[in-house]
Design a protein. Structure first.
Length: 346
């Protein structure tokens, strides 16, 4: 595996001139042929204490096809990896995103495999507590309407989504939410988000509101329950600088202190905040996320500074440091690690 990883890094470096040339070539689109994008991602996990858990791996590779003709469009994002994609997913190839869309007066209506917008998107490589607990990055089968209204420089954006059922394709941590639960399925999920951008060119402010609810149905005869999320967020920018903050509230199936439970089901209060500084080839970022599992009486936090270097279009190298702590009634544990990622696309 390490030999493969070193070969992958070397191939990425050799691909730099080709990536630069392809970035300079104007795209050719006759309105009928799909556009293809290929991407490969390498990952290296380097803990500071328990070095036996370090891992260098080929994360995933995939191809994305986009097609547009008039008011109709479609996308398919197929990915694969070595071994199993996730411990709870039987297979090494999966459909990350796949839909057909139609432009309507109310916005773009997509049907297929979508990822509903709840709160702020997770821009980190390794994931915040929001993606670890299944709020972001977990696609499902359904439909979504995305629209926008412009008022000079300002804009109002909205989305509404229906998820009929999940399919075990998710980026949550094993044992957290419904994707990794063999005994439950998400059914009849509804999600909505609205945000307004006040744009003054040099600076902008964007408040947003989100809500989601779904039934979590048992496959082994136990009763179902409803999980409901509400989130409020604010993003402010000044030139290349951005500040973002989010508050999050969840009601679900309360855990009992001191007993094993799925933290993604528990009643919870959560928060996220961060800073981002974007420059032509480097982006610096700091993200903090905190989750209070009310029923379990557990608090979890992740501090995550990082940097992303993009020397040319199609090459992105990232380094993140994470300090993750879990405070339970029995005590506190902390894991500190570096995570490195390299993505090559063309």
């Amino acid at each position: 595996m390490k030999r493969f990883l070193r070969a992958g890094f070397a191939a990425a470096l050799l691909a730099l001139p080709a990536a630069r040339a392809s970035a300079d070539d104007p795209p050719k689109d006759d309105g009928s042929l799909p556009k293809f994008r290929f991407e490969a991602v390498l990952h290296d996990y380097e803990p500071l204490s328990d070095r036996s858990t370090r891992e260098a791996e080929f994360y995933w590779a995939g191809v994305t096809a986009d097609w547009t003709r008039g008011s109709v469009s479609a996308r398919a994002d197929v990915r694969g990896t070595e071994g199993l994609f996730r411990p709870y997913y039987r297979g090494s190839v999966w459909l990350e995103e796949g839909w057909a869309a139609l432009k309507t007066p109310a916005g773009s209506l997509r049907v297929g495999k979508i990822t509903p917008l709840v709160g702020l998107p997770d821009e980190t490589f390794s994931g915040t507590l929001f993606s670890i607990n299944g709020v972001t990055r977990n696609p499902g089968w359904g439909a979504q309407l995305d629209g926008e209204a412009r008022f000079d420089l300002d804009g109002l954006a909205w989305s509404a989504a229906f998820t009929g059922q999940n399919d075990r394709v998710g980026w949550e941590e094993d044992g957290r939410d419904e994707e990794s639960d063999p005994n439950r399925l998400l059914r009849d999920g509804l999600a909505a988000r609205a945000s307004y951008t006040l744009n003054r060119v040099l600076w902008s402010v964007r408040p947003g509101l989100s809500a989601a609810t779904a039934r979590l149905v048992s496959t082994d005869g136990a009763g179902e329950f409803r999980r409901t999320d509400v989130a409020a967020d604010l993003t402010a920018t000044f030139g290349p600088l951005a500040f973002f903050v989010e508050g999050f509230w969840r009601t679900g199936q309360p855990c009992t202190p001191g007993t094993a439970c799925r933290y993604g089901y528990d009643d919870a209060h959560a928060a996220l905040a961060g800073l981002r500084a974007e420059f032509p080839t480097v982006t610096y970022r700091y993200t903090w996320s905190r989750w209070h599992y009310v029923g379990a009486d557990v608090v979890e936090e992740i501090h995550m500074p990082g940097a992303i270097w993009t020397p040319v279009k199609g090459i992105a190298a990232s380094i993140e440091y994470s300090a993750r702590s879990l405070r339970t009634p029995a005590g506190t544990s902390t894991v500190k690690a570096f995570q490195l990622g390299l993505a090559v696309s063309f």
